[in-house]
Design a protein around this ligand. Structure first.
Ligand SMILES: Cc1cc2nc3c(=O)[nH]c(=O)nc-3n(C[C@H](O)[C@H](O)[C@H](O)COP(=O)(O)OP(=O)(O)OC[C@H]3O[C@@H](n4cnc5c(N)ncnc54)[C@H](O)[C@@H]3O)c2cc1C
Length: 364
């Protein structure tokens, strides 16, 4: 039987980043159902870093992750323009107020400036707000780097090892997997959309983490989206699109359909809705739909992440509810969680954060 101090269930960006940040200060085992860690949400994201995304209580985690992501070369310039038609104008004003409070750099664009930045933008869109610090994230590189750091520090990674049983044994846990059993003092729930199932196996608190489907379509258009154009985000949350290599673009209808955790596939209707909204936004012609995919974004009821020890099951630690911001917040979230697990002071990048905001105990 594999012995560990900390067993982390799930080797997506959450589990991998946490194993990397714990480093060699504990014996860590990462346990993953799939043969390919990153197969689920982590491998399906839109890959951007935006300080305004997720709201004011997520922003400190995003901002605190910047130094790590930039320092190790995982961020690339992109920029973002939030646009609004008459229906979205009050949301755009609200976003500007949030950005001012969080000191996220931004600038208003009038219609003339908007037209120059987004040629072919339909006249209904009269107002825009730039977010110049927005970046693309090299998600594959980041996830691979976290896994490599974890392995170098001595962590073992079990794949094809779906966890089917979690039982209290002595002062720790016996975790049954399809690739053998693991004995660990602490069990970490980093199972993304499956977080409720893992909590149920351990008889932990029933914190409801709901998965929602989100769709992205890769398109070619005429004109092609210039590669240096920013991410274009609708203030009312009806779509976003950004350039992709080879003159393509990625378009999402910003859908959020509650589903059971599973290997999710895109629905034709969501792709059609995305294209319809896109064509009502710019006068570009959709030439080809190359591919589409969907992934799960999993949220707690208050849409904040859940990091910390469970109130009911001793030695059961939540690292779940990363919603639509799990990549961009990964370094800071993992630093915070590693410090909690190892009972250490919070390291510099996250020293100003209040872990109580994200505690599972807020639902007790
Ligand atoms: C379309 C889309 C766009 C997104 N865009 C962005 C973005 O631009 N920026 C951003 O920061 N975030 C974005 N996100 C969100 C981001 O992808 C997620 O927050 C993040 O990937 C969650 O990581 P995770 O490790 O918690 O989940 P996952 O990557 O899903 O990993 C969880 C792992 O747990 C494993 N697991 C589950 N049950 C078990 C079990 N019983 N035994 C063993 N292993 C198990 C699963 O196999 C899985 O590999 C987007 C998400 C989607 C879907």
């Amino acid at each position: 039987m594999t012995q560990a101090d900390i067993a982390i269930v799930g080797a997506g960006i959450a589990g991998a980043s946490l194993a990397a940040m714990i480093g060699d200060r504990a014996r860590v085992v990462l346990i993953e159902t799939e043969s390919q860690p990153g197969y689920h949400s982590t491998g399906r994201s839109a890959a951007f870093w935006s300080e305004s995304y997720g709201g004011p209580l997520v922003q400190p985690l995003t901002t605190a992750s910047h130094a790590w992501l930039e320092g190790f070369g995982f961020l690339h310039p992109r920029g973002c323009i939030h646009i609004a038609d008459a229906d979205g104008r009050s949301e755009l004003d609200g976003l500007a107020a949030e950005m001012a409070d969080g000191r996220v750099p931004h600038e208003w664009l009038d219609r003339i400036a908007l037209e120059a930045a987004i040629p072919g933008l339909r006249p209904e869109f009269q107002a825009g707000l730039t977010e110049p610090t927005c970046r693309d994230i090299d998600v594959g590189g980041l996830h691979g780097d976290f896994l490599a750091r974890a392995r170098r520090a001595g962590a073992s990674v079990m794949t094809d090892a779906e966890v089917t049983q979690i039982q209290r044994e002595g002062d720790g846990w016996r975790i049954g997997t399809r690739a053998g059993a693991v004995r660990a003092t602490i069990a970490v729930n980093a199972a993304g959309a499956w977080a409720n199932r893992i909590a149920t196996l351990a008889e932990a608190s029933p914190i409801d983490i709901q998965p929602y489907r989100r769709t992205i379509a890769q398109l070619t258009t005429d004109p092609a989206m210039a590669p240096d154009m920013p991410l274009i985000m609708d203030a009312l949350g009806r779509f976003y699109f950004k350039p992709e290599a080879g003159g393509r673009l990625w378009l999402s209808p910003h859908d959020e359909t509650p589903v059971e955790p599973h290997d999710v596939a895109p629905e034709e209707l969501d792709v059609a809705i995305a294209i319809d909204r896109f064509e009502h936004t710019v006068d570009w012609r959709v030439v080809r739909r190359e591919r589409a995919w969907a992934g799960l974004r999993s949220f707690a009821r208050d849409r904040l992440p859940v990091y910390g020890f469970d109130g009911r099951a001793p030695g059961f630690f939540w690292f779940a509810g990363q919603g639509g911001f799990g990549i961009q917040t990964a370094p800071a979230a993992a630093m915070l969680a590693a410090a909690m697990l190892l009972d250490e002071p919070l390291p510099e990048p996250v020293a100003g954060l209040d872990p109580a905001r994200y505690s599972p105990r807020r639902f007790d």
